[in-house]
Design a protein around this ligand. Structure first.
Ligand SMILES: Cc1cc2nc3c(=O)[nH]c(=O)nc-3n(C[C@H](O)[C@H](O)[C@H](O)COP(=O)(O)O)c2cc1C
Length: 389
C-alpha cells in the first residue's frame, strides 16, 4: 500500500503514523525522540484549559515545545466553551501547529466535570466547544473521541460529522466506547462508518502495535492516518516503515540513550531521573535478559548513574561475540513474538480497562511489567493537572 501524506488544514504530514497524546509520557523529550524515529505528527499530553487560563506554572510548563518536534499538536481538555476558547487563544500565540480537543478521556476526574468522553453524551455542548475553539485560533483544530459512551450508543459517526460541520480540520477515533475503558476489541467497522460520513481526514487509533497493523487499519477502514499510543512506549521506532518487528538490544539501548540525552537537554536535572522512570523499563520488555536489565535500572540512584549504566550496557552489547549476539537475538525473537501476540489480542489477555475510580489498569502475561504499568497509570492519572480540579 502506498502511504499518502496527511493534510490537516494547511499542514502536510508526510508520514501519517502519529504519536498519540499520553498523559505522563508524551512530554517534550519523548515527542522529539518519536519525531526523530519518524512519527509524522506528535501530540502533547492533555492540558487543562483551567490550568492555562489560571496561569498555573505546572500547566504552562506542559506547553513548552521545540522547533525540531514540529509539527506538534497540543491537546486541551475542558467542558466550558468560553474557558476552552480562552485557552485556545493562549495556545494560538505559541509556536505550535495544531490544537486538539480531548473528547475521549474516560478518567472519572475528567468526565465528572463534563469533559473528555462525557462530551459524547452532550454533543450540543461539544459542538459549542469546537466552534468556540475554532473561533479563537487560526491554527487547525482537531478532535479526538471514542466510538460512543457505551455499546448502546455508538454515536461516533454522527459525532464526527458534527465535528466537521463545526470547524474541525481532522478527527481521531479511538474505536472503543467509554464503557470499554481499554478492554475489548477495537471496532474497525466504526472507523469505516465514520469515514463514510466525513470529508476531513480521519485518524484511526487503538491497539496498533506496529507499522504493518497500522497499514492494515488504513487499508481495511479507509482511515487516512494511524495514531499509536502504548505501542510506542519503549519502542519509538514503530512509526517508521522499516521498523524491526523484533528489535535487538542495540537498537533498544541506542533509543534509550538518545531519550536520556534529550531529557538531559530539556528537563531540570532534579527531575530527570523521575522523568525517565515511566519509560526506561519499557525499552527491555520481551527481551532476553530484560528483567535483569530493568532491575539494574531501577536500582540506580542518579540520572548520571543511569546514563553510565546504559552506556556500559551498549558497549557490552557491541563487544559481545557474534555467536552470543545471535543466541540473544533468537531469544529476543521468541520473547518479542510472545509480547506482540499478547499485545495484538489484549482482550484475550484480560486488559481490564478502568477501575472503579476510573483509572486505567492493564493485566497481561508479563505480570511484573503490567504491575509496573498499572502503578505508572495510576500515578499518571493522579497527577494529571491535579491543580485544575
Ligand atoms: C497512560 C495513558 C495516558 C493517556 N493520555 C491521554 C491523553 O492525555 N489524551 C488523550 O486524548 N488520550 C490519552 N490516552 C489514550 C491514548 O491516546 C489512546 O487513545 C489509547 O491509548 C489507545 O491507543 P493505543 O492502543 O495505541 O494505546 C492515554 C492512554 C494511556 C494508556
Amino acid at each position: 500500500m502506498k502511504i499518502k501524506p496527511l493534510h490537516i488544514g494547511p499542514l502536510t504530514i508526510a508520514n501519517p503514523f502519529i504519536l498519540a497524546p499520553l498523559a505522563g509520557y508524551t512530554d517534550l523529550p519523548f515527542r522529539l525522540l518519536c519525531r526523530e524515529y519518524g512519527a509524522g505528527l506528535v501530540f502533547s499530553e492533555m492540558i487543562s484549559c483551567h490550568g492555562l487560563t489560571y496561569a498555573q506554572q505546572k500547566t504552562w510548563h506542559m506547553t513548552r515545545s521545540a522547533a525540531a518536534e514540529r509539527p506538534i499538536a497540543m491537546q486541551l481538555f475542558g467542558s466550558e466553551p468560553d474557558v476552552m476558547a480562552r485557552a485556545a487563544a493562549m495556545l494560538n500565540r505559541e509556536p505550535i501547529d495544531c490544537i486538539d480537543i480531548n473528547m475521549g478521556c474516560p478518567v472519572k476526574k475528567v468526565t465528572k466535570k463534563g469533559a473528555g468522553a462525557a462530551l459524547m453524551k452532550t454533543p450540543d455542548l461539544a459542538a459549542r466547544i469546537i466552534r468556540a475553539v475554532c473561533a479563537a485560533t487560526d491554527k487547525p483544530v482537531t478532535v479526538k473521541f471514542r466510538s460512543g459512551w457505551d455499546h448502546q450508543h455508538i454515536t461516533a459517526p454522527d459525532f464526527a460529522q458534527m465535528a466537521e460541520e463545526t470547524g474541525a480540520s481532522a478527527v481521531t477515533i479511538h474505536a472503543r466506547t467509554w464503557s470499554d475503558g481499554f478492554a475489548g476489541t477495537v471496532a474497525w467497522d466504526v472507523i469505516a462508518a465514520i469515514k463514510e460520513k466525513i470529508t476531513i481526514p480521519l485518524i484511526g487509533n487503538g491497539d496498533v502495535m506496529n507499522h504493518a497493523q497500522g497499514l492494515d487499519m488504513m487499508r481495511q477502514t479507509g482511515c487516512d492516518g494511524v495514531m499509536i499510543g502504548r505501542g510506542c512506549l519503549g519502542r519509538p521506532w514503530v512509526f517508521g516503515q522499516d521498523a524491526p518487528q523484533q528489535p535487538g538490544p542495540q537498537l533498544r539501548l541506542q533509543a534509550l540513550q538518545r531519550h536520556l540525552e534529550l531529557i538531559e537537554q530539556f528537563v531540570h536535572p532534579l527531575q530527570a531521573l523521575g522523568n525517565i522512570r515511566n519509560h526506561a523499563g519499557k525499552y527491555f520488555k520481551g527481551m532476553h535478559n530484560g528483567a535483569e536489565i530493568r532491575n539494574r535500572i531501577y536500582q540506580v540512584k542518579t540520572f548520571a548513574a543511569l546514563r553510565e549504566l546504559v552506556d556500559t550496557l551498549l558497549h557490552e552489547s557491541f563487544a559481545q561475540e557474534p555467536e552470543e549476539q545471535g543466541k540473544q537475538q533468537a531469544d529476543n525473537d521468541r520473547g518479542g513474538q510472545r509480547e506482540i501476540e499478547a499485545e495484538i489480542s489484549p482482550a484475550d489477555n484480560n486488559i481490564s480497562g478502568q477501575t472503579a475510580d476510573g483509572q486505567f489498569t492493564e493485566q497481561g502475561p508479563h505480570q511484573a511489567d503490567d504491575n509496573e504499568q498499572q502503578a505508572d497509570n495510576n500515578k499518571i492519572f493522579r497527577h494529571i493537572n491535579a491543580e485544575a480540579f
